[in-house]
Unconditional design. Structure first.
Length: 183
């Protein structure tokens, strides 16, 4: 996969509700030769994508309004060749699998820098993930399960808490503490 040259800037859509993150990442991506358009919600991004489908897209998973996965589906429908990287601060196996099924090229947990994101555009999604020799920590298994149930209930905290037979505040506390990355 070749990255864009200065003469021919590849179009890239950046969709994230964090305006500071967008400014910093936009500047870094423009330095790498991309022509970047920015939207801060799915609702802002869809008309931009419909008028000119991007070659590359970076989509935040959770934003105010519609979830990022709905945009992944639209982008893939508009142009199946669009290379889409989903970024999230709430990574889970369930949402990663869903993102890939909907057409994402790669799924990255925040924080991710511009070099990691550009490298992710070159990777293709694969189900041939090597099995880790070390078992997953129980906290991570719990986090994955909560994320899957939350996704099944349309990100509704109250419905998820009822499904998990858990107090809503307990669930909210658990959601504010992502699992450790040391596995």
């Amino acid at each position: 996969m070749t990255m864009p040259h200065r003469e021919e800037s590849a179009s890239l859509m950046l969709v994230d509700d964090d305006t500071t993150f967008c400014k910093v990442l936009c500047a870094a991506l423009e330095k790498r030769g991309f022509s970047v358009s920015v939207a801060h919600s799915v609702e802002q991004a869809i008309p931009l994508a419909e008028s000119c489908p991007p070659e590359f897209a970076i989509v935040d998973l959770k934003m105010g309004g519609a979830p990022g996965l709905s945009l992944v589906k639209v982008l893939h429908r508009l142009d199946p060749n669009t290379r889409i990287v989903v970024l999230t601060g709430y990574a889970s196996i369930a949402t990663a699998v869903e993102a890939i099924k909907l057409g994402a090229t790669q799924y990255l947990a925040k924080p991710a820098n511009a070099d990691e994101i550009v490298a992710a555009f070159g990777h293709t999604a694969s189900s041939d993930v090597p099995i880790k020799a070390q078992p997953t920590q129980i906290e991570n298994l719990e986090w994955e399960h909560i994320q899957r149930v939350l996704h099944e209930h349309g990100d509704n905290i109250s419905a998820t808490a009822r499904a998990l037979n858990m107090h809503r505040r307990t669930l909210q506390r658990k959601l504010t503490k992502p699992p450790s990355r040391t596995e």
